[in-house]
Design a binder for this molecule. Sequence first.
Ligand SMILES: *[C@@H]1O[C@H](CO)[C@@H](O)[C@H](O)[C@H]1NC(C)=O
Length: 200
Amino acid sequence: MAVYKVNFLAHLLVLGMFLLVSTDVKGCTKECGNLGYGICPRSEGSPENPICTNCCSGYKGCNYYSANGTFICEGQSDPKNPKGCPRNCDAKIAYSKCSRSKGKTIIYPTGCTTCCTGYKGCYYFDIDGKFVCEGESIEPKGCTQECDPRVAYMTCPSSGLAKLNQVCVNCCTAGEGCKLYDHDGSLLCTGEPQSYISAA
Ligand SMILES: *[C@@H]1O[C@H](CO)[C@@H](O)[C@H](O)[C@H]1NC(C)=O
């Protein structure tokens, strides 16, 4: 009986710990941060809507391309400690590819964001422009769950690249490396890693 009781308590304890962990992933306080701005290097621009930057101001971890898709350079600026770079637009650069897509690269103002609620891969600065911290929270993937009617089938690395028909996915919800094809068999898009976000 005694053994049974200990076992039961141990189970409760484990369950309690699990609930604590799962319900309160990041115990952020509800206070507002007093941050000036944030930098979240993200893919920006397109051949039609080129960005204004240069290799010096571009961020490390982001690659910069010309309108014809030629690789120009990797950015040289550490987002935690942006360099004093000339502000000219390099006419060769049209768009960037960073590990995260969509959303604003420079967040200003930051609202109530704190270091705890801020996102990993985003760097926060005080009102005077001094680096404060990298965010600690995982950014939720802001996908709608709609089925993209253009998708005829997809292939995913996890299913050995077999054709998966009648799937309800869109380019945002597609798993990493999954390729979505339309009814003509043309590639629509490739799923991005789930931790890379589109907060549209
Ligand atoms: C692509 O663009 C770059 C930069 O503008 C240029 O140097 C290069 O010659 C172009 N390549 C082609 C194939 O058009």
